[in-house]
Ligand binder design. Structure first.
Ligand code: DMJ
Length: 629
């Protein structure tokens, strides 16, 4: 179990509970007088005792600094040397703070005294009820949600510095402005809905989330935080606290809810330290556990959150579960075990590995379909894009997130990558490297926009590959980045199609009408961001900037950002959806592309497949989920 320590960050569960409950009005008044007298004495000491402020500065200034530090920029903590040289300044700050605290205390007391007797009664009743509930739940050393106390330590790099060179600084600021437009529009026209319809200026619900609400809010939390949009972050936090609800009789996609909601809540917790996010993440994680009730333990794709009954997509080969869905739970579930003290989460995802290990892989490849009842593959379709993609990503990231202790994850990843390179990677006649799809042994020379994430993944893994392969894997990653850039450059609107082909005399171009759309997806920019971090080749920032200009020109509308129906058309036709991943991923990766490397550094963070950063679980035992049997 995680160490039982007091949390430095706790959210006030309910403001009402902040007022003392068992005092009567007259007693409160006496307390107020005593308190005011004490504050006045402190004031007197500061003004009349020589140099007393210096004495106080050690106490008050220090705590003020800690307070700011926990909320805004933990890395920009000025060193003690400069703090000493600013002593005069500090003294003034101390005085200002004491004055402010005094006024605040008076106002709060006044507010309490002005409460009507029935309001005070209400407060008391509320607190009594809360205490009774906690008693009956038999909580000892656990909070109201049965969670063990865990020590929160903010990992490094949660916010970044201004880039030194002016152009990068301006570009980064521009992306923050884009985030503001996307967020403000959502807030104005679709607050509480899952997504925004930016053209018709209304909410948009996707049935991927059943009747869970607020996908954009939860998906955007960490982006707001890392861009230091703290007012917006606080509003979003408040919404989560009061409105995010999982108690409904509705069917959800286990994968989508996991990567966006569980992932978003976990990141928000690790960035901010706010307990509400840990509580909600664990609560939702527990709701997803019944999805694993299948003969093999391979989870269902769809789950009714109330009944716990699961099933698979009706279109999936012979009732199969999907590789990219059941294979993209690992990172979040390992963290859920760590934060809840419940080993079930980790056991469930480790069992998926066991099932896969027992199966033969055709040519070393993983088919997209697996029957959760029989434990046998469905159709032999293989893809590094839709239906397969993030399974491979999570093998590599499981190893990285385990502080490189998950040797099994590592081996599975590099073996799979070898099979992909041998069987699916091809070069076009003009020399563009692409990753094709495999259907029962036959290649379909098509690459999805989704597959473009692979450039970033391969770059991220290159360093851990056997020494003789590191350089080769970096080359492959760079070639995929180039191909995906070409898929953008060869369109009229300079944004990439959903899928592009390398047959019938074309290269990196969509030939089917139903593959020409662009829905604000992140994968190409994600790859630019990884390539920039590993190579610092300026072309990746230039390519990212080209995408920014195209987004501004063709996707931006008065009410937010919209996807496009056809990137080859001479003028944009909007699909009227601002996807939640546009805020979670596309804008976040763009922002990081124009940030310094120590903002969410790879030595400390891995990104889940929805770009939600999760800290590396250190080898140190206190940072690990309970041992998995
Ligand atoms: C996101 O929800 C995730 O990146 C997922 O892994 C794949 N598709 C979308 C974005 O395109």
């Amino acid at each position: 179990m995680p160490v039982a320590t007091l949390l430095p960050f706790t959210t006030t569960p309910n403001r009402k509970s902040a007022s003392p409950t068992s005092f009567r009005l007259t007693e409160k008044f006496i307390l107020l007088l005593v308190f005011s007298a004490f504050i006045t004495l402190c004031f007197g000491a500061i003004f009349f005792l020589p140099d007393s402020s210096k004495l106080l500065s050690g106490v008050f200034f220090h705590s003020a600094a800690v307070e700011t530090n926990t909320r805004t920029n933990p890395e920009s903590n000025s060193d003690s040397g400069s703090a000493a040289s600013n002593n005069n300044n500090n003294d003034e700050k101390v005085l200002a703070k004491i004055r402010k605290d005094h006024e605040k205390a008076l106002l709060e007391a006044k507010d309490t005294l002005q409460k009507r007797p029935d309001e005070i009664k209400q407060d008391i009743l509320f607190d009594k009820e809360k205490v009774a509930q906690e008693k009956s739940a038999g909580l000892g050393g656990k909070d109201a949600n049965h969670l063990p106390m865990v020590e929160y330590q903010r990992p490094p790099g949660t916010t970044g510095r201004e880039p030194v060179d002016a152009e990068t600084r301006e570009r980064r600021a521009k992306i923050k402005e884009m985030m503001k437009h996307a967020w403000d529009s959502y807030r104005r026209y679709a607050w509480g809905s899952n997504e925004l319809r930016p053209v018709s200026k209304q909410g948009h619900s996707s049935n991927l989330f059943g009747s869970i609400k607020g996908a954009t809010i939860v998906d955007a939390l960490d982006t707001l935080y890392i861009m230091e949009m703290f007012e917006e972050f606080d509003v979003a936090t408040d919404w989560v606290e009061k409105n995010l609800d999982f108690n409904m009789n509705a069917e959800v996609s286990v994968f989508e809810v996991n990567i966006r909601f569980v992932g978003g809540l976990l990141s928000a917790y690790y960035l901010s330290g706010k307990e509400v996010f840990r509580r909600k993440a664990v609560e939702l994680g527990e709701k997803l556990l019944p999805a694993f009730k299948t003969p093999t333990g391979i989870p269902w794709a769809l789950l009714n959150l109330k009944s716990g009954i699961g099933r698979n997509w009706p279109w999936a080969s012979g009732g199969s579960s999907i590789l990219a869905e059941y294979g993209t739970l690992h990172l979040e579930f390992m963290h859920l075990s760590k934060l809840s003290g419940n080993p079930d989460f980790a056991q469930k995802v480790m069992n998926i590995r066991k099932v896969l290990n027992r199966l033969d892989k055709p040519q070393g490849l993983y088919p997209n379909y697996l029957n959760p009842n029989s434990g046998q593959w469905g159709q032999h379709h293989v893809s590094v894009g839709g239906l397969g993609d993030s399974f491979y990503e999570y093998l590599l990231k499981a190893w990285l997130m385990s502080d490189k202790t998950d040797e099994e994850g590592k081996k599975l990843y590099y073996d799979a990558l070898q099979a992909i390179e041998t069987n699916l990677m091809r070069k076009s006649s003009s020399g563009l490297t692409y990753i094709a799809e495999w259907k029962g042994g036959l290649l379909e020379h098509k690459m999805g926009h989704l597959t473009c994430f692979a450039g970033g993944m391969i770059a991220l893994g290159a360093d851990g590959a056997p020494t003789d392969k590191t350089g080769h894997q970096m080359e492959l990653a760079a070639e995929i980045a180039r191909t995906c850039h070409e898929s953008y450059a060869r369109t009229a609107l300079k944004l990439g199609p959903e899928a592009f082909r390398f047959d019938g005399g074309v290269e990196a171009i969509a030939t089917r009408q139903n593959e020409k759309y662009f829905i604000l997806r992140p994968e190409v920019i994600e790859t630019y961001m990884y390539m920039w971090r590993f190579t610092h080749d300026p072309k990746y920032r230039e390519w990212g900037w080209e995408a920014v200009q195209a987004l501004e020109q063709h996707c931006k509308v008065e009410g937010g950002y919209s996807g496009l129906r056809d990137v080859y058309a001479s003028s944009p036709s909007h699909d009227d959806v601002q996807q939640s991943f546009y805020l979670a991923e596309t804008l976040k990766y763009l922002y990081l592309l124009f940030s310094d490397d120590d903002h969410l550094p790879f030595e400390h963070w891995v990104f889940n497949t929805e770009a939600h950063p999760l800290p590396i679980l250190r080898r140190d035992k206190t940072d690990r989920p309970n041992e998995v049997e």
